[in-house]
Design a binder for this molecule. Structure first.
Ligand SMILES: Cc1ncc(C[n+]2csc(CCOP(=O)(O)OP(=O)(O)O)c2C)c(N)n1
Ligand SMILES: [Mg+2]
Length: 308
């Protein structure tokens, strides 16, 4: 969680300095979901993500330097510099991408899970999406097919209560998203998405059931983004007091306190982690800034089949 927070705070600084450009959707506040969820899946499992995916990519183990170079649009980035913030991709780690289309990852995930089922593999596909995607047709088609075909898929809905500037209750007639998902005939339940341990234990239970042939599950991770939708958003649609109430539940100091109190780590450990992360980020920025830009001659590569 500290690495994810540090990465994004660094990105904000780089963005203000115009070192990185384009859209930037921050995950700050939601880190407990990535930390808890990714702890419980293995290298054989697949992941389909959203445009708010820096935390997912880091938690999946994509190296910080490869992510930073991608933010800079350099060829040493995880998507060869062609994707940027919203299109982080790493086939080797079965991280099948960020996706700029709300709900766009759901059909891809159903396809990946169908492929695994046909191969009789024990892999699980994790499909992350926001509360906004629940209002899209794809969500309903995909949950129905996944339940009907009994696919090995974990739907992980990050319900941060807003889709851009639209609050949950202004978009959904029924706001209990887990309950709605359950109506498709799959196991679905809400999880405290501000608590990494709660996310990990819910994920463990869901993944065990899916791997055991129990069919798909949906976890509604109830969370909150502390920052605006993107760096272009003036954030005028929500109460400052509401933001402060959620900030008081910041998952990083809460877990840190719990670990210190239980003796699982010391103040020195925390200090050393922070220092190590800052060094890792400094090195990632240096490597991104020295990374090559793609030559103009390569402009049409990956657009057409290559004959030679
Ligand atoms: C199909 C589609 N419709 C609309 C948009 C514009 N759009 C971008 S982000 C967003 C909000 C999505 O909210 P949510 O799924 O809750 O994710 P969050 O940003 O809260 O993580 C919308 C409507 C889009 N990218 N794709
Ligand atoms: Mg949302």
């Amino acid at each position: 969680m500290m690495r994810i927070r540090g990465f994004e705070e660094r990105c904000v600084r780089l963005y203000s300095a115009e070192k990185i450009r384009g859209f930037l959707h921050l995950y700050i506040g939601e880190e407990a979901v990535a930390a808890g969820l990714f702890h419980e899946i293995g290298p054989e499992d697949s992941v389909v993500s959203t445009y708010r995916e820096h935390g997912h990519a880091l938690a999946r183990g994509i190296p910080t330097a490869a992510l930073m170079a991608e933010m800079y649009g350099r060829t040493n980035g995880c998507s060869g510099g062609r994707g940027g913030s919203m299109h982080l991709f790493d086939a080797q780690r079965r991280f099948y991408g960020g996706n700029a289309i709300v709900g766009g990852g759901l059909p891809l995930a159903v396809g990946l899970a169908l492929a695994d089922a046909l191969r009789r593999s024990s892999a699980v596909t994790v499909c992350l999406f926001g509360d906004g995607a629940v209002a899209e047709g794809e969500f309903h088609e995909c949950l129905n097919l996944a339940a009907l075909w009994h696919l090995p898929i974990l739907f992980a809905c990050e319900n941060n209560r807003y889709a851009m500037g639209t609050a949950l209750a202004r978009e959904h007639a029924a706001t209990d998203l887990a309950l709605r998902a359950a109506s498709y005939g799959l196991a679905a339940w809400p999880v405290d998405g501000m608590d990494a341990e709660a996310v990990a234990s819910a994920t463990r239970r869901a993944v065990q059931s899916i791997r055991g042939g129990g069919g798909p599950c949906l976890l509604e991770m109830r969370t909150y983004r502390f920052r605006a939708h993107s760096l272009y958003d003036a954030d005028r649609y929500r109460d400052k007091a509401e933001i402060e109430r959620w900030r008081a539940r910041d998952p990083i100091p809460i877990l840190t306190r719990a670990l210190l109190d239980s003796g699982a780590c010391t103040e020195t450990d925390c200090h050393d982690w922070r220092t190590a992360i800052e060094t890792e980020l400094d090195e990632a920025v240096t490597s991104a800034e020295n990374g090559p830009l793609e030559p103009v001659a390569d402009l049409t590569r990956h657009l057409y089949a290559e004959t030679s």
